[in-house]
Design a protein around this ligand. Structure first.
Ligand SMILES: [Zn+2]
Length: 264
């Protein structure tokens, strides 16, 4: 009875104002305490300053170089992305399996490693599809990543890439390993152009690039770079098909056409 009376009083107009004010005061107090707590929490140093970089290797797989490259990556405990050539995959399927087994990502680098700007749109699509089927048959995985040989592309290539559902991936850092310059020079060029969310292009099959790799990795680890695959770089932001990729594409640098480094 007393309780009912108390409730009735509370619901009276004048008490409703007091209730509302008390509620408001409670919210303000909680907000102040939370804000104060935030300030007093120590920052998390391990999450600060971490940058991401993707290492990519073109033109494999090749029995003379892919196993050595995989060994170095394993020793360093990092994952990379391999843009493989279809005709090499056909010849050395066990190497592609090995790349996947080690947890690296695989991208399409066409079947013949031809200059795509010299081909018809239909032929470009065939180059992409042929390699896509091979990759799928051997690894059981599909890929949506594509890098045109030599970085050469035109409107036909862009249309063919879109029609086949690929993302064209170029690079932001190419230390020009073609022609086997010294490993020291490759190292200097690679680290001088490195940037957060960048993509380094090296070739699977260049001995001096392989020699430079542990030094490049060690330097970048010291600079708090985390090595990621291309998908991780893109999908990490959950924006694979949105604005981020446009920004990402603009950041990519197209150097003068590269020579072919496919070693059979
Ligand atoms: Zn290539």
């Amino acid at each position: 009875m007393i309780f009912k009376k108390f409730i009735d009083k509370l619901l009276e107009k004048r008490y409703r104002v007091i209730l509302a004010m008390a509620f408001l005061l409670l919210i303000v107090t909680v907000a102040i305490i939370s804000r104060k707590s935030e300030v007093e929490f120590p920052s998390l140093p391990f999450s600060l300053g971490v940058r991401e970089i993707a290492l990519t290797f073109d033109d494999g797989p090749s029995p003379g170089s892919t196993p050595k490259l995989l060994e170095v990556l394993k020793k360093e405990g990092i994952k990379a992305t391999f843009f493989v050539v279809g005709k090499m995959v056909e010849k050395y399927p066990f190497l592609l399996k090995e790349i996947c087994k080690e947890g690296h990502e695989v991208g399409n680098h066409t079947y013949d490693h031809s200059d795509l700007t010299k081909l018809s749109k239909e032929y470009i699509i065939e180059e992409l599809d042929r390699t896509r089927i091979l990759i799928k048959e051997i690894t059981g995985k599909d890929t949506y990543l594509f890098r045109p040989p030599g970085g050469r592309y035109d409107n036909k290539v862009i249309v063919a890439t879109t029609l086949t559902g690929y993302k064209m991936i170029l690079w932001t850092d190419y230390p020009v390993d073609y022609g086997c310059p010294s490993s020291e020079l490759i190292y200097e060029r690679a680290v001088s152009k490195v940037e957060d969310e960048g993509i380094i292009l090296l070739h699977n099959g260049v001995d001096s690039a392989l020699e430079a790799l542990p030094k490049i990795v060690s330097k970048l680890k010291k600079e708090r770079y985390r090595f990621v695959t291309i998908s991780e770089l893109i999908e990490g932001r959950g924006e694979r098909n949105s604005g981020y990729f446009e920004k990402f594409e603009k950041k990519q640098e197209v150097k003068p056409p590269l020579e072919m480094v496919v070693n059979e």
